[in-house]
Write a protein that binds this ligand. Structure first.
Ligand code: URA
Length: 205
């Protein structure tokens, strides 16, 4: 299987796309971020997962979901019976947006213009992968999927027909689970997240 990410025999079209994305100046986020973090996974993946934007660790590593939120996502996917290697993983916005606090880089939410500017890359990925199911992790991803703003609560947990074909599914972002102070609540929310992923995957069967 051709892979769109590192470690595989990416086809020329993927390589060209990634090279072009690496030099993207469609919005200002490239000015401060280390690098573009493009999606990765099998080019023929049936399922696509869309996050918000790379975090600090992803920005340094150049790969999506390799930091703390990625660890939660990995655990949830495993619990839902989804093999990460079969999924195309990407982000709604492909540069890390942050504010500096001393040595630390604190995540900042991408705005509507940045999401829109990055839509080009998302559409390129979709047109190549043509996923049957696309899961939006959080409100920013949902906005990229559906082309309009909305709350996760209002859209969550049901299949949504996407205009370009295939189904979408909206759930929480894994970093939300990392921010919950109450342990019992976090466990409940984690279970609901796993359930969402499993339900979405079931629609592929
Ligand atoms: N959060 C995201 O939304 N995407 C990543 O790649 C990492 C953290």
């Amino acid at each position: 299987t051709a892979r769109a990410g590192p470690g595989g025999n990416a086809e020329a079209v993927w390589r060209a796309l990634r090279d072009e994305a690496a030099h993207c100046t469609r919005c200002d986020l490239h000015r401060h971020a280390t690098r573009t973090v493009f999606g990765e996974g099998p080019a023929d993946a049936r399922m696509m997962l869309v996050g918000e934007q790379p975090g600090d660790q992803e920005d340094l590593a150049g790969r999506p979901f390799v930091g703390p939120a990625g660890a939660v996502l990995d655990r949830a996917m495993a619990a839902a019976g989804i093999d990460r290697d079969t999924v195309y993983l990407t982000n709604a916005v492909k540069h890390f947006k942050f504010e500096r606090r001393g040595k630390r880089r604190i995540h900042a939410r991408p705005d509507a213009g940045e999401i829109q500017a990055c839509r080009w890359w998302y559409e390129q990925e979709r047109s190549l992968v043509k996923p049957e199911m696309t899961v939006a992790l959080g409100a920013t991803a949902a906005r990229q999927l559906l082309g309009k703003a909305g709350t996760v609560a209002a859209m969550r947990g049901r299949p949504i027909a996407l205009p370009e074909g295939g189904l979408g599914w909206v759930t929480i972002h894994p970093s939300y689970l990392l921010r919950l102070p109450d342990r019992a609540r976090a466990e409940d929310e984690f279970a609901a997240f796993v359930e969402d992923l499993a339900e979405a995957a079931k629609l592929l069967a």
